[in-house]
Design a binder for this molecule. Structure first.
Ligand SMILES: Cc1cc2nc3c(=O)[nH]c(=O)nc-3n(C[C@H](O)[C@H](O)[C@H](O)COP(=O)(O)OP(=O)(O)OC[C@H]3O[C@@H](n4cnc5c(N)ncnc54)[C@H](O)[C@@H]3O)c2cc1C
Length: 457
C-alpha cells in the first residue's frame, strides 16, 4: 500500500539551532473576521514573504495566511546555501526555454544571491549571512568536467567563478579528499529561519499583515473576488474541514498568490499532483574544538560535491558542523539517525575524530520532473509559484518578487519565469516508491564512483 504524502502533517518545528539564533518574530496573529485585501498570499516561506514584502513596498494592501508559523516549512529547515543556479545546468536550461528566455532565466537565477544579500543588508536582517562563495567539489571525472564547463561558461561572462586544483582545493575545503572543486564567489550561506523571520519583519514594517496559525481551507470565486476560507487552527492543520468556524471565516481578495511549495495540499485541483515532495535531512554537531573548527572550510563557504545525492557541509558561526545526508525521502518523520552523515563527514575530515551529534531534522523539497520551477496562472487573479528542486533560497525570493509583479499587472514579457500550465503527474501516487527506488540506485552509483575515484581512508 503506497503512503500518501502529507507534508503539513509533520509535527516537528524548524531546528532549535536556527530558531534560537533568529531575531524575534514580527507581530502576527490568527485571522479573525472577514476582511478584504487587494492581495492574499498563502504560505509564509521565502516565496510568500518575498511576494508580501515586494507588494507592501509598492503600497499594495497584502495579507499573508500561514497554517503554522513564519518560516515553518522548508524555508526554516534549509541547509542554508544561497545558490546562483537551478538544479540543472545552463545547457539544459537553454534547451528547455530556448535561447532568449533561457538566458533570462540563467542570468536572473545567477543574480539571485545578490537579491537575497541586498534584501538582508537593506532590512538589517541578522541571519549569519555571508556572501563568501560556494565550493562544489568533484567526486569523479564526469563531475569535474561539469564543473569545468560551468566555470568556463561563467568566466566568459566575467563572473567570479574559478577552479581550485590540488593544494588550493585541499586548503579551501580543509581536506585532501577531493582533487578539484569550483569556487563560485556569488553564493553564500545563512540561517534560513532567521532570514524568513527578517523578511516577515520587513514585510510587516512595510505594511503587510501576517496571519499565522491560519490554515487556508479553500479558495473560490465569489461576487467578483476571491473568497479565501481560512481561520484559526483548531489544533490540527492542513485538512479541508478543520478549524473552529466551519469555513465561515477568511478573507476576500482581488488576487491570490499560492506559495505553499512542497507543502501544497488540495487548495487547487492538480497542483499537489504536479510536484514530487521529497524529504531532505539536516544534522548539527556540538561545537567543535577551536583548532578543529579552524581547519574546516576556513573561508566560511559551504561545500557540496557532484554526487547525485545531496551532501552539504558547512561550519556554523558557533563552531558547530552542519551537514546533510541521504535519508528516507518519503513517509513519516524519521527518528534521528546520524550514521550516514557521520560516515560522510569523518571520511571528509579525518581530523574530526568522534563527533557528538546534537540534532537532526527534516523538511520537504518540491521536485519537478524537468527540474525547473513553475509559475501558473490557475485562474484570472490566482497565481502559484513552486518547484525549486532544493535550490529555493535565492530562487523562491526571486519568485516572490515575480509573483508580486504579476499581481500588480506585469506581463510575461517583463518577467523571468514564463507561465506554464499545471501538469498533473499521472504517476504521482507512485512517486514515493519511484523516487525511493531511484535514490537507492543513485546511492549505488555514488558509492561505486566514490570507491573508484576518491582516495581510500
Ligand atoms: C532539508 C532542506 C534543505 C534545503 N537546503 C537548501 C539550500 O541549502 N539552499 C536552497 O537554496 N534551498 C534549499 N532547500 C529548499 C528551500 O528550502 C525551498 O525551496 C524554499 O524554502 C521554498 O520556499 P517556499 O516559501 O516556496 O515554501 P515553504 O518554505 O515550504 O513554505 C510553504 C508554507 O506554506 C504553508 N502552507 C501550506 N499549506 C497551507 C495552507 N493550506 N494554508 C496556509 N499555509 C499553508 C506551510 O505551512 C509553509 O510554511 C532545502 C529544503 C529542505 C527541506
Amino acid at each position: 500500500m503506497m503512503a500518501m504524502i502529507e507534508p503539513l502533517a509533520d509535527r516537528a518545528d524548524p531546528p532549535a539551532v536556527y530558531t534560537q539564533a533568529a531575531p524575534p518574530a514580527p507581530p502576527t496573529s490568527p485571522l479573525t473576521g472577514r476582511p478584504h485585501v487587494v492581495v492574499a498570499v498563502i504560505g509564509a516561506g521565502f516565496t510568500g514573504l518575498s511576494a508580501a514584502l515586494h507588494l507592501a513596498e509598492a503600497g499594495v494592501d497584502v495579507a499573508v495566511l500561514e497554517a503554522k508559523e513564519v518560516g515553518w516549512g522548508a524555508s526554516g529547515r534549509a541547509f542554508g546555501q544561497v545558490v546562483p543556479y537551478l538544479k540543472i545546468g545552463h545547457r539544459e536550461i537553454l534547451r528547455q526555454y530556448g535561447p532568449e528566455r533561457g538566458a533570462r532565466v540563467i542570468n536572473a537565477v545567477a543574480a539571485g544571491p545578490d537579491l537575497v544579500f541586498e534584501l538582508i543588508a537593506r532590512h538589517g536582517i541578522a541571519c549569519w549571512a555571508v556572501q563568501t562563495g560556494l565550493i562544489f567539489a568533484a567526486h569523479a571525472p564526469a563531475g569535474r568536467r561539469d564543473l569545468e564547463s560551468r566555470t568556463a561558461y561563467w568566466q566568459d561572462r566575467g563572473a567570479p567563478v574559478e577552479m581550485l586544483e590540488g593544494a588550493a582545493c585541499a586548503e579551501a575545503v580543509g581536506s585532501s579528499l577531493y582533487a578539484a572543486a569550483s569556487l563560485d564567489r556569488r553564493g553564500g550561506n545563512l540561517n534560513p529561519f532567521a532570514y524568513a523571520r527578517g523578511l516577515a519583519r520587513a514585510a510587516v514594517a512595510a505594511g503587510a499583515v501576517i496571519h499565522t496559525r491560519t490554515p487556508v481551507r479553500g479558495i473560490s470565486r465569489r461576487d467578483g473576488c476571491w473568497a479565501v476560507d481560512a481561520g484559526a487552527d483548531g489544533g490540527t492543520t492542513g485538512g479541508a474541514t478543520r478549524g473552529t468556524n466551519g469555513g465561515t471565516e477568511g478573507l476576500t481578495a482581488n488576487a491570490v498568490l499560492l506559495a505553499t511549495n512542497a507543502y501544497t495540499g488540495d487548495l487547487w485541483p492538480g497542483l499537489r499532483e504536479s510536484i514530487i515532495p521529497l524529504r531532505g535531512h539536516g544534522f548539527v554537531s556540538a561545537p567543535l574544538s577551536d583548532n578543529v573548527r579552524r581547519s574546516i572550510l576556513p573561508g566560511r563557504q559551504s561545500l557540496t560535491d557532484t554526487r547525485r545525492l545531496f551532501s552539504g557541509v558547512r561550519m556554523l558561526p558557533d563552531g558547530r558542523l552542519h551537514g546533510s545526508a541521504y535519508g528516507p525521502i518519503s513517509g513519516p518523520e524519521p527518528a534521528a539517525d546520524f550514521r550516514r552523515v557521520d560516515g560522510r563527514v569523518r571520511r571528509l575530515f579525518p581530523q574530526l575524530g568522534a563527533v557528538q551529534w546534537d540534532a537532526a531534522w527534516s523538511g520537504w523539497v518540491a521536485m519537478t520532473p524537468d527540474h525547473v520551477p513553475r509559475v501558473h496562472e490557475l485562474a484570472p487573479g490566482l497565481w502559484a509559484g513552486l518547484g525549486y528542486n532544493g535550490r529555493g533560497i535565492a530562487a523562491a525570493t526571486l519568485m516572490g518578487r515575480e509573483l508580486a509583479a504579476r499581481a500588480r499587472g506585469a506581463g510575461d514579457d517583463t518577467l523571468v519565469f514564463p507561465l506554464v500550465p499545471v501538469r498533473k503527474l499521472a504517476w504521482h501516487r507512485a512517486a514515493p516508491f519511484l523516487a525511493g527506488a531511484l535514490a537507492k540506485w543513485y546511492r549505488v552509483l555514488d558509492v561505486v564512483e566514490e570507491l573508484r575515484f576518491l582516495p581510500k581512508r
